[in-house]
Design a protein around this ligand. Structure first.
Ligand SMILES: [Zn+2]
Length: 244
């Protein structure tokens, strides 16, 4: 299931993902708002899990909370899950996340998260953020790229690391079936190269979230085209925004 936080509550309007396996369900990211009164993520997730378990009853079903990266608009709701039974919240910070995925020993490893009959493959993809993770779900073919790749401003904190992460994603997806590349925000308009201003909370003319592996190649070519030193440049479905 794909969830999106209401932009009227927080302009970031981040997307969140809830993937069900036989033994556990994973929630990837917890949104931009901590307060359950404004952003009742826990209640929503509990209802969705309850509904799913009504259709596919089983005992001891667990919730695992992981993150695309540690920026505030992806982790703010973590606290809503701290007292939930049968729940593991893995911290998004570099040390905690890297230890969980095993990237502390080998940053190039492909980590596997077994949901029961559904095994996610996870890659360390730093560049936007040092602890950025990309998830591949073979069940749906989704490549969940967090803030590394999405239709918007790709804020690049570490240009070299970002370049390498895009190269790795292209290599990784070469022999896997990818239905959609799904990031965590939409900031572009339907007009190529034109984005909504930061803090926009109403986007009637936004393009769909889903991108393709072809866009990964477009980003690779864009990186090459921009060259060094990196500068901000708009392309059709994304804008490269190096943090300089
Ligand atoms: Zn974000």
């Amino acid at each position: 299931m794909i969830l999106r936080q209401n932009m009227a509550i927080n302009y970031e309007g981040p997307f969140l993902f809830l993937l069900f396996g036989n033994e556990r369900v994973v929630l990837i990211d917890t949104g931009a708002t901590a307060d359950a009164e404004y952003f009742p993520l826990r209640r929503e997730v509990d209802e969705l899990i309850e509904g799913w378990l009504g259709r596919y009853p089983r005992d001891g079903y667990e919730l695992l909370v992981l993150h695309s990266h540690a920026h505030g608009d992806h982790i703010a709701g973590d606290g809503q899950f701290s007292d939930r039974a049968d729940t593991t919240v893995v911290g998004a910070d570099l040390n905690t996340a890297w230890k969980y995925f095993g990237f502390d020993g080998d940053a190039d490893a492909i980590a596997r998260v077994d949901l029961g009959g559904r095994v996610l493959e996870c890659l360390a993809t730093p560049g936007h953020h040092g602890a950025a993770v990309t998830f591949y779900d073979p069940w749906t073919g989704f490549l969940l790229t967090g803030d590394t790749v999405y239709p918007g401003r790709l804020y690049i904190q570490d240009w070299a690391a970002f370049t390498r992460s895009i190269d790795r994603l292209i290599e990784f997806t070469d022999d896997r079936a990818v239905s959609h590349v799904l990031g965590c925000h939409i900031e572009m308009t339907n007009e190529p190269g034109v984005d909504y201003p930061v803090r926009t909370t109403y986007q009637p003319d936004e393009p769909p979230l889903e991108m393709t592996t072809g866009h990964l190649r477009e980003i690779q070519a864009a990186i090459e085209e921009v060259g060094l030193p990196p500068t901000r440049r708009a392309f059709g479905r994304f804008i490269l925004c190096p943090n300089v």
